[in-house]
Design a protein around this ligand. Structure first.
Ligand SMILES: Cc1ncc(COP(=O)(O)O)c(C=O)c1O
Length: 393
């Protein structure tokens, strides 16, 4: 009997090692990893440069606490702020949920009032982050959560207008996830983005961009909000930042920069200096040219997916953050793909979420999608035959 909380359903394989986009099991099989540790491994498994920097730091020390400042903390913070094109300060965390917790604390201190979020936004599992997460099923067992949170239907311009008319002045903050990760890879509507931008100017609420999954080059821009000409006040990042080790950050920009004074927030572990060494390399590698290639690869991947015939309903997302809504049984598809050497991640019921390593090559995209197509055809063929058979009987 396992002594581990059954909150996950791990793949039935034992991993021996992992390199680039490949995972090797102890029984000698090779699998293509389409989701890179849920978007954590932007440069694939065991990237040599990241590993080297981490080992160098580890040879010096592994943890020093915030009673000392690791030199990489300033380097990483400066680079993150520089990427916003504005001025600000960074608080480091260990995870995405912790980053959103810190953002919520900052909102509460800065401006009292309503917090607006959208259905299918995912911001984390801790109590405050869950309070702004737009999944009823995830929130319900843990209620009451934070009060004063309003959820609007995603991409519904009219309901946002209605809220502005009725309670615009009460809004303290709006939480955005410009490309839904767990929520099914839905992309923020341009008209809603424009309205939010105008409303922020009029009512002065804080705009919080959750870039935990969609940030750091994933969508073909450094931050996904940059597709929409938005200027958030607070930005949260995590996942890919630490190069595989836990590291998150909250960027407090411009007027919010000094929201936390001495001892108003803290963490024992964050920022781990080894993770910071990884982050320094990750950020160095995320050049404009590299991110431009991510956008190209994303377009290539989408076109290839759209050329596939049976079994696909829609293809969504931006850059290398792509969702494929399938009309076959997703669990069966996962099993067939596994047998074919492809590891798939399904979110929101029937959306296969592709978050491949950002340095995946065009040939590797082809290799990954060939396996996907083969698996999809197998399942679609099987489903189809079963449907034809049952309609006969
Ligand atoms: C957009 C987004 N925000 C927040 C989180 C929570 O991050 P973590 O699991 O590191 O707490 C996630 C995790 O999937 C996420 O995708």
């Amino acid at each position: 009997m396992s002594h581990i909380c059954p909150v996950y359903k791990p793949f039935p394989i034992q991993i021996d090692r992992a390199r680039g986009i490949y995972i090797y099991s102890t029984d000698g099989k090779r699998y293509i990893d389409t989701f890179s540790g849920i978007g954590v491994l932007a440069f694939g498994h065991s990237d040599e440069d990241i590993k080297k920097a981490m080992i160098e730091k580890m040879e010096r020390y592994m943890h020093i606490s915030n009673f000392f400042l690791d030199e990489d903390a300033e380097i990483v913070a400066e680079k993150l702020i520089q990427k916003t094109g504005r001025d600000g300060k960074v608080f480091f965390t260990n995870s995405g949920a912790e980053a959103n917790e810190a953002a919520l604390k900052a909102v509460k201190k800065f401006r009292k009032g309503l917090i607006v979020s959208f259905e299918r936004n995912f911001h984390g599992r801790t109590i405050a982050a869950l309070s702004v997460t737009g999944f009823d099923g995830l929130r319900k067992p843990f209620e009451p959560l934070l009060s004063d949170v309003v959820f609007l239907p995603h991409n519904d311009v009219d309901s946002f207008k209605k809220l502005l008319n009725e309670r615009g002045k009460e809004i303290a903050a709006v939480f955005l996830e410009c490309v839904h990760g767990s929520g099914g890879l839905n992309v923020l509507d341009g008209e809603l983005a424009k309205l939010i931008k105008e409303a922020r100017r009029e009512f002065g609420f804080l705009l919080v961009a959750d870039e935990v999954q969609a940030g750091l080059g994933r969508t073909g821009k450094f931050f996904s909000y940059q597709h929409f000409d938005l200027q958030p006040d607070i930005v949260t990042v995590a996942k890919a930042l630490g190069g595989g080790l836990p590291l998150g950050a909250v960027l407090f920009l411009e007027d919010v920069a000094d929201v936390f004074g001495y001892s108003e927030h803290g963490s024992t572990f964050a920022p781990n200096p080894v993770a910071l060494a990884g982050a320094r390399i990750v950020l160095n590698k995320l050049t404009d040219e590299f991110i431009h290639r991510v956008a190209e690869k994303g377009r290539f991947m989408k076109e290839r997916l759209l050329r596939m015939g049976s079994g696909i309903l829609t293809v969504k997302g931006l850059g290398l953050m792509i969702g494929v809504e399938v009309n076959v049984n997703p669990e069966v598809l996962k099993q067939v793909a596994l047998k074919n050497g492809l590891l798939l991640n399904v979110v929101s019921g029937n959306v296969v979420r592709f978050l491949p390593a950002l340095n995946i090559s065009f040939d590797q995209i082809e290799e990954m999608l060939e396996l996907f197509e083969r698996s999809l055809n197998e399942v679609y063929g099987r489903d189809h035959v079963e449907k034809v058979d049952s309609s006969k009987s």
